[in-house]
Design a protein around this ligand. Structure first.
Ligand code: AHR
Length: 508
């Protein structure tokens, strides 16, 4: 019986039928705006960890070093990523960091044990070096204070050192160290992953809430213009979402953001399971949004509280001994594109995100002593940060789905859409997660007049496990134009690819 069905199939449906693309529909309506996209979604993170700071952004021995000892090639590649905000100095590192060790003449700075990563910190890059680096890059600095081993005085004095006009002790100290004009650092964090046992000075939600509230008060009293991020539940934590509710309950009047951290990866060596697991960060956004809304409603808060996804990336292969130098492949690039899609779909509530980290350490770029090369994940990030601005807009997607044990009915296509009214550009970001089939989508633009031509940028490669290296770039951006024939058009998204479509659309 089985044999006869096979013979029937192969006689009536020749091989080309099996190679036919799957079909899908995408409907976009630029009038249905769901949230404004904040450029701070395209942030990055540099921690005193492995070769991120020393041997990464800073390396006076490299042929690439500028007059300050910072690498020009890393700075340029960060600028090409449109890095809008740069978090520093940690991470776990900050929970044992005394910022006073990193100021003043370099020869006088102490070398100290860093208990977060088991290394010796030379303190050659400190507050002034970092903030001037951020200025040269044209990015907003974002400093989490030490709420692990640090005191309330450490926190408020750091704000004074960075932001106050001269005339007080710490501002004058800054001037003495060569910088008269205040840096006016706007974004500050209240500690890092304070819920985790691995954190120096970890706390339970009540203890953290009370301590962070006092730090927040003092920091905002020093400079009322700063924006504060409260530590939300970290990905590694065994805690529950009650952490977020409890800490917001304490910090409701001071929190501008609550942070989320998420590290994902192919932990079961099963590609479709990996792709489906990318639903989880989005679920976490929804849960946190619910708690924010509850807090705002319950306590009649009259200002918004947003989500800052201030650490995210693929991280599952490396531990401490490998200095977290994860090598990424094509499927990781698809995971990053899917993650960025979820930020755009939730642009109304997620207003900041920082990929962890900038260089070498779980990073989109790697360096040798004199060369820089780009990992697979660099490219989707670059495409989003170059082109996805304006408003997130409502999108309808109909396509084939797949099932795994945990999730049923997962669409092969993962889509986000943005419309920029200033440049009148519609951007459609599509991940085709099918491992072997292309998908032909009929795309309907429901409002406005589309240009007859659009541009497509594709990130893909022959195999899901393809990686880049210093000498070989398998995964990169390929650019092509396509015709739209006005309102409706079809576009075929190749198997295991990320495609960004850019079309000019004039409103009626
Ligand atoms: O980014 C690496 C580490 O991951 C950070 O130091 C910490 O915050 C997180 O657990």
């Amino acid at each position: 019986m089985k044999k006869s069905i096979t013979i029937f199939l192969f006689t009536c449906f020749p091989a080309f039928v099996f190679a036919q693309p799957l079909k899908a529909r995408i409907k976009v309506d630029i009038e249905r705006k769901t949230g404004e996209i904040d450029s701070l979604l395209y942030g990055n993170f540099t921690e005193h960890l492995g070769r991120c700071i020393y041997g990464g952004i800073y390396d006076p021995s490299s042929a690439q070093a500028d007059q300050f000892g910072f690498r020009k090639d890393v700075m340029q590649a960060a600028k090409d990523l449109h890095t809008s905000i740069l978090r520093w100095p940690g991470g776990n590192f900050v929970s044992g960091y005394n910022w006073m060790d990193g100021i003043g003449p370099k020869a006088m700075r102490p070398k100290k044990k860093d208990l977060a990563w088991g290394t010796i910190e030379p303190n050659l890059v400190g507050t002034d070096e970092f903030l001037q680096y951020a200025e040269r890059m044209g990015t907003q600095p974002y400093i989490p204070v030490n709420l692990g081993t640090g005191t309330l005085d450490d926190a408020r004095n750091w704000v004074e050192y960075c932001n106050s006009d001269t005339g007080t002790y710490y501002a004058d100290l800054r001037a003495k160290n060569g910088r008269v004009k205040p840096y006016k650092v706007k974004y500050w964090g209240l500690g890092n992953e304070m819920d985790g046992w691995w954190q120096m000075g970890a706390k339970n939600a009540d203890d953290y809430g009370k301590y962070a509230l006092e730090a927040a008060k003092l920091m905002k009293w020093v400079d009322p213009n700063i924006k504060l991020t409260v530590c939300g539940l970290s990905f590694w934590s065994s805690g529950t979402a009650d952490w977020n509710r409890t800490v917001l309950n304490y910090l409701k009047g001071y929190a501008d953001y609550i942070s989320l951290h998420f590290y994902f990866g192919d932990r079961t060596n099963n590609y479709l399971e990996y792709m489906a697991s990318m639903k989880e960060p989005e679920n976490e956004i929804k849960q946190t949004e619910g708690i924010i809304n509850e807090t705002i409603f319950k306590h009649k808060i009259d200002k918004p509280i947003y989500i800052a996804f201030d650490e995210y990336n693929v991280w599952y292969r490396t531990g401490g001994e490998e200095r977290l130098e994860e090598k990424y492949n094509l499927q990781d690039a698809l995971a990053i594109a899917t993650f960025l899609n979820s930020l755009i779909r939730n642009a109304h509530i997620v207003k900041m995100a920082n990929i962890a980290q900038l260089v070498n350490v779980i990073a989109p770029m790697m360096v040798t002593n004199d060369k820089l090369w780009k990992q697979t994940i660099y490219y989707p990030l670059q495409l989003f940060a170059s082109n996805v601005y304006g408003s997130s807009v409502s999108t309808f997607v109909q396509c084939d789905t797949f099932n795994i044990a945990k999730y049923q009915g997962v669409s092969y296509l993962d889509v986000s859409t943005a419309y920029n009214t200033v440049s009148q550009t519609l951007t459609i970001n599509v991940v085709n997660r099918h491992p072997s089939k292309s998908i032909e989508a009929s795309i309907e633009n429901q409002y406005g007049i589309a240009d007859k031509k659009g541009m497509a940028y594709e990130v893909n490669s022959a195999n899901l496990k393809d990686e880049n290296s210093v000498n070989d770039e398998k995964v990169k951006i390929v650019e092509k134009s396509f015709s739209t024939q006005g309102k409706n058009f079809t576009y075929t998204f190749p198997a295991h690819s990320f495609t960004q479509l850019l079309i000019k659309v004039k409103p009626l």
